[in-house]
Design a protein around this ligand. Structure first.
Ligand SMILES: [Zn+2]
Length: 266
C-alpha cells in the first residue's frame, strides 16, 4: 500500500506491505544520498514485486527529498552534512540532524532489520558491495550476494546500518548519476535474497527472475572483480552456464575494507 510519511518536513512517498503471516518488520531505505538513482529505482521495483510474504516491509525510495530535488551529491543542501553520518539524529540539531531523527524514529527504530540501498553518487563509479557495521549483520550482508562485502565494524559512525541496533546492511551498486538496469537488478535481487534470509520472503518466483538467469554464478563474478582490481584490466569473458546446470550461488567471503586515500562517503 502506498502511503505518504513526513520526513524532514516533506511528505515523501512510502510503501508498506503487510504479509498474511506474522514475521519481522523490515525497513528498506533509498535516497539517503539523493543522486543515487539506481538504488532509488531498486526500492520501487522491490516493493512493487514483493508478492506474498511474511511480516511487514516498509520501503521509502527517497528519504532525503531535498537532496533528490536539488541534485545534491553526498550532502544535504541546507547544512552541507552527510546524512549517512548523522544517525540516530537529533531533534534539536540542524536540518540533517532532524531529518536523521525522523528517519530513525519512524523507520529504523521500529524495524527488526534495515536494508539501506545506495547507488554511487554523481561522481562515483563503484564496484557493487555490501557493508556492515557489526557482527550480527554479517550474514545479512553476505545474503545480498554482491561481489564485495565490507566489514566496517568500528570504523564509521552515524550510518543507518550502524545506528540500527538490529541486523542492518548498506548495499551499493551503480553511480555517476546514471539509472543502470544492471545495478537496479543487482540491488533488487540482493534485497530479495536478504528478505529470504530474514524469513520474509520465500523463493523468487521464476517469472520474476528476468535476465538474472543469464548471469554467471556469484563465485565467477567475484573472481572477475578481483582480477580486475589486481591487474587493472578487463577479465576474459566466460560463457554463462545454462540455467538448468546452475547451482545455488556460493556466498562471497567477508573482507576488510581495502586501504583508501580518502574517507569513504557512502
Ligand atoms: Zn550513498
Amino acid at each position: 500500500m502506498r502511503t505518504p510519511i513526513t520526513l524532514g518536513g516533506h511528505a515523501v512517498p512510502a510503501f508498506e506491505s503487510r504479509g498474511t503471516i506474522d514475521g519481522p518488520r523490515v525497513a528498506v531505505l533509498g535516497g539517503v544520498h539523493g543522486c543515487e538513482y539506481s538504488s532509488i529505482a531498486a526500492v520501487v521495483r522491490l516493493m512493487r514485486g514483493l508478492g506474498e510474504h511474511h511480516g511487514t516491509v516498509v520501503g521509502v525510495p527517497v528519504v532525503s527529498m531535498d537532496s533528490f530535488t536539488q541534485r545534491s551529491p553526498f550532502v544535504v543542501p541546507s547544512d552541507g552534512k552527510n546524512l549517512n553520518r548523522a544517525f540516530p539524529g537529533n531533534p534539536d540539531g540542524s536540518y540533517t540532524d532532524r531529518l536523521a531523527y525522523d528517519i530513525f524514529t519512524q523507520l529504523i527504530e521500529p524495524a527488526d532489520a534495515v536494508l539501506d540501498l545506495h547507488g554511487g553518487d554523481l561522481v562515483e563509479a563503484l564496484e557493487p558491495f555490501a557493508i556492515y557495521n557489526d557482527a550480527r549483520s554479517r550474514d545479512l550482508a553476505l545474503a545480498f550476494n554482491l561481489p564485495y562485502v565490507v566489514d566496517s565494524t568500528g570504523s564509521l559512525t552515524g550510518m543507518t546500518s550502524g545506528a540500527a541496533g538490529v541486523p542492518a546492511v548498506l548495499a551499493e551498486a551503480g553511480g555517476i548519476g546514471q539509472l543502470e538496469e544492471e545495478s537496479v537488478a543487482l540491488l533488487t535481487d540482493g534485497s530479495r535474497n536478504a528478505l529470504k534470509y530474514l524469513g520474509v520472503r520465500r523463493a523468487v518466483p521464476h517469472h520474476e527472475r528476468g535476465r538474472r538467469g543469464a548471469r554467471p554464478p556469484a563465485r565467477t563474478r567475484l573472481r572477475r572483480a578481483r582480477r580486475r582490481v589486481a591487474a587493472n584490466r578487463r577479465p576474459p569473458q566466460h560463457e554463462a552456464r545454462p540455467r538448468h546446470k546452475r547451482r545455488a550461488a556460493p556466498r562471497p567471503t567477508a573482507r576488510r575494507s581495502p586501504a583508501r586515500s580518502s574517507p569513504p562517503r557512502w
